[in-house]
Design a binder for this molecule. Structure first.
Ligand code: NIG
Length: 406
């Protein structure tokens, strides 16, 4: 990695999402990268010289998106299921089996090619840190294969063997398989484990076993919870100190209180973070589910993330800009709250908001000296345009670890 320096100057509005700084939104700002890290941020007029200079031309700058929830290792097409849903059919978790069949039939080459294309699409939309999951393998060999392929492309990989009980399998026996042979097989390739705790997927008891086994294996924990109806997911996530519970469409007041409680000892960067509530607005729209109560969660003191949930069944988009626009226009978040949830919130949900991650990579999701040089420039003068001009192609330049994304 070169340590040449790059000065990005004349940034009209820089939304740093760095709440340890005096002014997280700077006017007429500049950023300097040294190799893959940020070495300086401040007023453009005070910027140091650098090897290369990029004139942002007054455009808005913000951290690259941190997409903390995707399912990108898959083959097959489920647009007919989507069309049927738009004609009134309900979403059922069983659609996962359709993708599982197609994905098992795809070669390593094809799965990798499709994954790379999806990751490139996300990067072109401003995503600079990408999580993805297994969960369309559902056998020891297939889950291992999908985890291995995912680990060659994504920044973080989550094991989701507990996505659906395969057709014909006994749920408890399958849960045992997930907790033992499957977990051992994927372990070299993954940092996280997840469970779909939902009616039609895994019960509270089965989810508890998966989380315990994953914790014993040294993995970080996340939960798919409260998507299709009320359930144990959110409170289970808090009980296990999971980094995130995702979906959260159907939360009781007690669920919100438990999530808020998990953040009581945390003070922006200091202390142990609680359980992030990750809202997936594109999925909510694509399944016509009630939008997750992001406003209520923020007001209660819960840290919220926005993620795309890009997958073939419930959310076939990796557009974080679309998620931000929806969060502002329909979920009651301010522009800066939505941008924060799609950057710093995602980093918190993946525990890469500060310091170094498990592989020694630098913090992402906010712009501060020492953090990874992940920056996007919008073809707009302010971040407000993301919601003010929804659906418009506003992504200008994207830098990941100091390198411009083509
Ligand atoms: O996050 N909820 C479970 N998993 C995915 C859906 C996957 C599918 O339908 O293929 C989700 O929405």
């Amino acid at each position: 990695m070169s340590s040449a320096s790059t000065l990005i100057t004349n940034i009209g509005e820089l939304s740093t999402q760095d709440y340890s700084a005096d002014a997280p939104v700077l006017k007429n700002a500049a950023v300097v990268f040294e190799g893959e890290r940020i070495s300086w941020i401040g007023p453009a007029g005070n910027a140091p010289a650098a090897d290369e200079v990029v004139d942002a031309g007054g455009r808005a700058g913000l951290p690259g998106w941190v997409d903390s929830h995707t399912h990108l290792v898959f083959a097959g097409d489920r647009s007919a299921e989507f069309e049927a849903r738009m004609a009134g059919q309900a979403y059922e978790a069983g659609g996962i089996a359709v993708t599982t069949e197609a994905t098992r039939a795809a070669s390593d080459y094809d799965l990798t090619r499709m994954l790379l294309a999806r990751a490139a699409e996300a990067a072109a939309g401003g995503t600079t840190y990408l999580e993805t999951k297994t969960g369309y393998g559902l056998s020891v060999e297939e889950e291992r294969r999908h985890a291995r392929i995912a680990s060659t492309v994504a920044d973080a990989v989550t094991f989701l063997g507990a996505h659906l009980v395969p057709d014909g399998a006994d749920a408890d026996e399958y849960t045992d398989l997930v907790c033992n042979d499957m977990l051992a097989a994927v372990r070299p390739y993954v940092q996280w484990a997840d469970v779909f705790c939902e009616k039609g997927a895994f019960t509270e008891e089965q989810s508890r076993r998966v989380l315990q086994a994953a914790r014993d294996a040294g993995l970080g924990l996340r939960v798919h919870g409260n998507q299709l109806g009320p359930g144990a997911g959110a409170q289970l996530a808090v009980e296990f100190a999971a980094a995130s519970v995702d979906h959260v469409n159907h939360l009781s007041d007690d669920d919100v209180a438990a999530l808020a409680d998990s953040w009581s000892g945390w003070d922006s960067g200091a202390g142990v973070p609680g359980t992030v509530a990750t809202c997936l607005p594109a999925c909510d729209l694509s399944t016509r589910a009630p939008l997750a109560p992001a406003r209520q969660l923020l007001d209660a003191g819960v840290q919220v993330a926005l993620a795309s949930n890009c997958n073939p069944g419930t959310s076939f988009t990796s557009s974080m800009a679309f998620c931000v626009a929806t969060a502002v226009l329909q979920m009651g978040l301010t522009v800066q709250e939505a941008v924060r949830a799609a950057t710093y919130g995602g980093a918190l949900a993946l525990r890469v908001h500060t310091g170094a991650d498990r592989d020694g990579a630098r913090a992402v999701g906010s712009l501060a000296v020492g953090h990874r040089a992940d920056l996007q420039l919008l073809n707009a003068p302010s971040a407000a345009h993301l919601a003010y001009r929804p659906g418009m192609p506003l992504t200008g330049m994207v830098f990941r670890a100091g390198v411009q994304v083509p």
